[in-house]
Design a protein around this ligand. Structure first.
Ligand SMILES: *[C@@H]1O[C@H](CO)[C@@H](O)[C@H](O)[C@H]1NC(C)=O
Ligand SMILES: *[C@@H]1O[C@H](CO)[C@@H](O)[C@H](O)[C@H]1NC(C)=O
Ligand SMILES: *[C@@H]1O[C@H](CO)[C@@H](O)[C@H](O)[C@H]1NC(C)=O
Ligand SMILES: *[C@@H]1O[C@H](CO)[C@@H](O)[C@H](O)[C@H]1NC(C)=O
Ligand SMILES: *[C@@H]1O[C@H](CO)[C@@H](O)[C@H](O)[C@H]1NC(C)=O
Ligand SMILES: *[C@@H]1O[C@H](CO)[C@@H](O)[C@H](O)[C@H]1NC(C)=O
Ligand SMILES: *[C@@H]1O[C@H](CO)[C@@H](O)[C@H](O)[C@H]1NC(C)=O
Ligand SMILES: *[C@@H]1O[C@H](CO)[C@@H](O)[C@H](O)[C@H]1NC(C)=O
Ligand SMILES: *[C@@H]1O[C@H](CO)[C@@H](O)[C@H](O)[C@H]1NC(C)=O
Ligand SMILES: *[C@@H]1O[C@H](CO)[C@@H](O)[C@H](O)[C@H]1NC(C)=O
Ligand SMILES: *[C@@H]1O[C@H](CO)[C@@H](O)[C@H](O)[C@H]1NC(C)=O
Length: 612
């Protein structure tokens, strides 16, 4: 048994009798038991960390927690109930209710600081690195003696802090936890991710760090950065500094030090960073600066207007020439340099959306097909996999991640080693089932549920889809130019049962899920508002599940007040998270429900939640 024990000393008990507010942290813990409703005062001035083997990551996180509590002096903006009476119409006045609660309190309480105590601390595995599958389990007890945190690893302790930070509220001029509480908590899925895209538009370092801050609050543990794309190359490498000529400007770049800082900052907050270099498709910017012959079709018309000739699914086109041997030398250099910066064992190498039309611009590939009439596009993809995979695997403990296209498109490879992690974005459960049945570990990013860029319309110009004409169905009733419309609401994200109908063996290959925000219509100015608070729904569904663990019923209704509160919390912290509802709905629990029946979602059946 490997444990990290952390003791936090607190002030003594306040004995009060009125009902507790029952704040619920987000994600809701796997197991939370309120033992009583006697608020426990926390003396933030004397709060001490007692840990046998000092650990910088833990003490820094603890300091941030205390600082945030002080700065916020948070009182829940949305609480669970009482559910408004609805007859004839809700009249609840939370401010009034809060005054009543405060007035009933015994203001003559005394603090007994002699209650401070020390616990022996055992640290068995503080060295466990933050990698895929690391143990994130923790337990947290707050009672009249102390605050107790037990975890297997440092990373579990950080999750305990994010829970504690949400449990401690500021009421009646005191910091309190509303009663004695026991929490046992652990994630259902190892990979709980968010993908951002710095290739279509540059994202400032500050805004990337902001995502990491919020992710750590919600226990999301994986930031996947789609670093480059055909449009721009923002990374200043030692091996090929000329690639940066395809950054948008000299200011819109990341140096190696910038990237190292992001990785370190994330790690200190329990967030892994998975880099993605998209290969061999979506590749033009940067690569062409090294040698124009590395890139096929980079100067062609992308040709969605004459689809038969298309070379890309969005402008500009460009794919690495699979049959140019120099391509592999350059890939190896770039990959190896980035592998020194990104310490994660998982590295994403793209492999999505290869367009065969692009390779009509490669004389090498055209000659190769002419040499042997029996060669197919699948053979070409296989050639790429067989040549590139050994380069990628030439590192200790490395696992490669790719988009599912490498296997599931008509021009995909025949075979792929089964230790490759595949990210699924098409055809929902069909593709998840297909890949897991074949033994691949899968990260679910189905575009129908987890693509955050959908529903904002299209972005290509000179587009007849926007002509206001009664015969124009796209304009009138269709997707409005957004290929993956509609917009993904927090409910849609939360309700997706992405392991439905899988066998246990297949479900065990789903290692997690990831939201993706492609950045054609995103830059630093809107990044946070497009991601939050709705991504907290995935944070919860991948941590403790979207269904009640005992009944198996969807608990979307139960998430309502939690996510409303969480959005207000983010705004109080200074993050520009989008509003979800009129504030009225936040202050009057469930007054804005469509159905008055609070268990209506039970109609939508049960689904067995994997507990692995
Ligand atoms: C994490 O560690 C705890 C405590 O040692 C153990 O009970 C649990 O099974 C571990 N979980 C995983 C996923 O390894
Ligand atoms: C508080 O919890 C700790 C750890 O579970 C336990 O050892 C201690 O007895 C508890 N104290 C009280 C007063 O319940
Ligand atoms: C979860 O809480 C219940 C009490 O509500 C307790 O009986 C059970 O042991 C707890 N499980 C874990 C794993 O802590
Ligand atoms: C691409 O090349 C193939 C094989 O040479 C040919 O059959 C096909 O018509 C070409 N496509 C385009 C869009 O030029
Ligand atoms: C292509 O396949 C056919 C049928 O298997 C075979 O007869 C032919 O020789 C092959 N062509 C080449 C160039 O290998
Ligand atoms: C892997 O690295 C070793 C040591 O640098 C080298 O000898 C070997 O050729 C490399 N293999 C590949 C496939 O790059
Ligand atoms: C997976 O899908 C491919 C087509 O993309 C199909 O050929 C294959 O049979 C499917 N495999 C499974 C196990 O569903
Ligand atoms: C699961 O399978 C059942 C029976 O075939 C089907 O009715 C249901 O729609 C499937 N669920 C999903 C989410 O595909
Ligand atoms: C939400 O679920 C939790 C845990 O099951 C429960 O304690 C709480 O009462 C529920 N709240 C609502 C509003 O249903
Ligand atoms: C609420 O909805 C559930 C699910 O449809 C149903 O079983 C229950 O009878 C409804 N309750 C009321 C009071 O209508
Ligand atoms: C869910 O689990 C129960 C009990 O283990 C089992 O009887 C049922 O068939 C499972 N349902 C599905 C859809 O896997």
């Amino acid at each position: 048994m490997k444990l990290v024990y952390v003791l936090v000393s607190i002030a003594q008990l306040l004995t009060l009798t009125q009902a507790a507010v029952k704040v619920n942290p987000l994600p809701i813990p796997r197991n939370i038991t309120w033992n009583d409703e006697n608020p426990i005062a926390i003396n933030l001035d004397k709060l001490l960390l007692d840990i046998a083997v000092p650990n910088q990551i833990i003490s820094d996180a603890f300091y941030r927690t205390v600082t945030t509590l002080r700065k916020l002096q948070w009182y829940p903006a949305a609480t669970e109930g009482p559910i408004s009476s609805f007859v004839p119409f809700p009249t609840g006045d939370p401010a009034k209710r809060r005054r009543e609660i405060l007035e009933k309190r015994d203001l003559q309480h005394t603090f007994d600081l002699s209650g401070l105590s020390v616990v022996d601390i055992t640290v068995d595995d503080p060295a466990a690195d933050l990698q895929l599958g690391v143990n994130e389990t923790y337990s947290l007890t707050v009672n009249s003696s102390s605050i107790y945190i037990e975890a297997e690893t440092v990373w579990g302790v950080l999750h305990a802090f994010s829970t504690l930070q949400q449990l401690i509220i500021f009421e009646n001029n005191q910091y309190v936890v509303e009663g004695s509480v026991d929490i046992w908590d652990a994630p259902i899925y190892q990979h709980r991710g968010l993908m951002i895209d710095t290739g279509r538009n540059y994202l400032s370092i500050d805004k990337i760090l902001e995502q990491i801050d919020i992710m750590s609050l919600t226990k999301l543990n994986t930031l996947h950065i789609h670093l480059d794309d055909a449009q721009s190359w923002p990374i200043l490498l030692n091996s090929y500094p000329e690639m940066i000529l395809d950054a948008y400007s000299a200011r819109e770049i990341y140096t190696i030090q910038d990237l190292q800082y992001i990785v370190k900052y994330a790690k200190e907050r329990g967030v892994r960073v998975i880099p993605e270099i998209d290969l061999p498709g979506h590749a033009r910017a940067g690569w062409r600066q090294i040698d124009p012959n590395l890139v096929a079709c980079g100067d062609s018309w992308w040709s969605n207007d004459v689809w038969a000739d298309h070379t890309a699914v969005e402008p500009p086109p460009g794919q690495l020439d699979i049959l140019n041997d120099d391509v592999y030398n350059v890939i190896e250099d770039v990959y190896n340099e980035l592998s020194e910066i990104f310490s994660d064992n998982v590295f994403h190498v793209g492999a999505d959306e290869i367009q065969t039309g692009c390779y009509n611009f490669s004389s090498l590939i055209q000659a190769w097909f002419q040499e042997d009439e029996n060669r197919t596009w699948n053979d070409l993809s296989q050639y790429y996999v067989d040549k590139a995979y050994p380069l990628f695997m030439n590192r200790t403990n490395r696992r490669i991640m790719m988009w599912e296209d490498i296997l599931l498109t008509p021009e995909g490879a025949h075979t792929l080693p089964t230790d490759v992690i595949l990210q699924s974005w098409n055809n929902d459960l069909t593709n998840i089932q297909n890949l897991t049945a074949r033994g691949y570990d899968v990260v679910v990013s189905s575009s129908t549920h987890f693509y955050l860029d959908c529903g904002y319309g299209g972005w290509v110009s000179n587009d007849p889809r926007y002509v206001d004409d009664y015969t124009n169905d796209v304009f009138n009733t269709g997707t409005g130019g957004s290929w993956c419309a509609p917009y993904k609401t927090w409910q849609r994200i939360y309700d997706y049962d992405f392991t439905a109908n899988l066998t246990d063996a297949e479900a065990a290959h789903v290692i997690g899920a990831e939201l993706a925000l492609w950045s054609e219509q995103v830059d630093s100015t809107v990044l946070t508002q497009k991601i939050w608070p709705r991504s907290a729904a995935l944070a919860e569904s991948t941590w403790s599940g979207n269904r009640d663990p005992t009944t198996g019923y969807l608990r979307t209704n139960n998430l309502t007040q939690r996510i409303f509160n969480f959005r207000e919390y983010l705004v109080a912290l200074g993050y520009p998270a989008s509003p979800l509802v009129p504030k009225y709905c936040i202050q009057n629990p469930h007054a804005c429900d469509l159905y008055q029946n609070q268990t209506i979602l039970e109609e939508f059946g049960t689904h067995n939640v994997s507990s692995s």
